[in-house]
Design a protein around this ligand. Structure first.
Ligand code: HEC
Length: 168
């Protein structure tokens, strides 16, 4: 009888404690929700460029290869919207706004310079701006306009511009 009672008690205690376990988990995550709410305003403008995404559908034949190619392609699209005005359509640093800037926008086609920069560093510069790495604040933080995935796509595209070619 004792053994059965213990089993019953153990079950009851287990069930009784479960809500607390989940409760703690939820309260720990609680601080997170506000962030999505704050970011909410940003995504809407980002959605218009999203339409190209459906185009990925047909490419899903070979998942991995398509994904790798799509990244640089998607990055190209965002690059033309968010970077080309300063850095130029092909990363020559000759966008229409470049003339007014000092220092000049980096030449992303300059492999000798760009290939030395790591993906992590580029990610930081693009997301948090030039000032975050001691560079000109004219290199604006674009984390409000581009998602982390979009930034990675843009980096993948930048890598295709380098001459001499970038070798991971
Ligand atoms: C308003 C103009 C402007 C726009 C838009 C802009 N940049 Fe820049 N960017 C600059 C300037 C100016 C520099 C040079 C900063 C310096 O040398 O201090 C720079 C530098 C850089 C660098 C080199 C950092 C280094 O360490 O030399 C990278 C990488 C870069 N930009 C990426 C981007 C990407 C990617 C985008 C688009 C998502 C973008 N930039 C949009 C102006 C701009």
């Amino acid at each position: 009888m004792n053994a059965i009672q213990r089993t019953i008690f153990a079950t009851i205690i287990g069930v009784a404690l479960a809500p607390f376990t989940f409760g703690c988990g939820e309260s720990a995550d609680a601080p997170a929700p506000p962030k999505p709410a704050e970011r909410a305003p940003a995504p809407p403008p980002a959605k218009p460029p999203a339409p190209p995404a459906p185009a990925k559908g047909p490419d899903t034949a070979s998942d991995q290869n398509a994904a790798v190619e799509a990244d640089a392609k998607a990055g190209n699209a965002d690059y033309q919207v968010f970077c080309a005005s300063c850095h130029g359509e092909t990363g020559e640093g000759d966008g229409p706004v470049a003339q007014a800037l000092d220092p000049k926008p980096a030449r992303h086609s300059d492999g000798a310079y760009m290939n030395r920069l790591t993906d992590d560093y580029l990610f930081k510069v693009i997301k948090f701006g030039g000032a975050s790495v001691g560079k000109s604040a004219m290199m604006a933080p674009l984390g409000g306009s581009l998602s982390d995935q979009q930034i990675r796509n843009v980096i993948a595209f930048i890598r295709t511009l380098a001459d001499p070619p970038y070798q991971p």
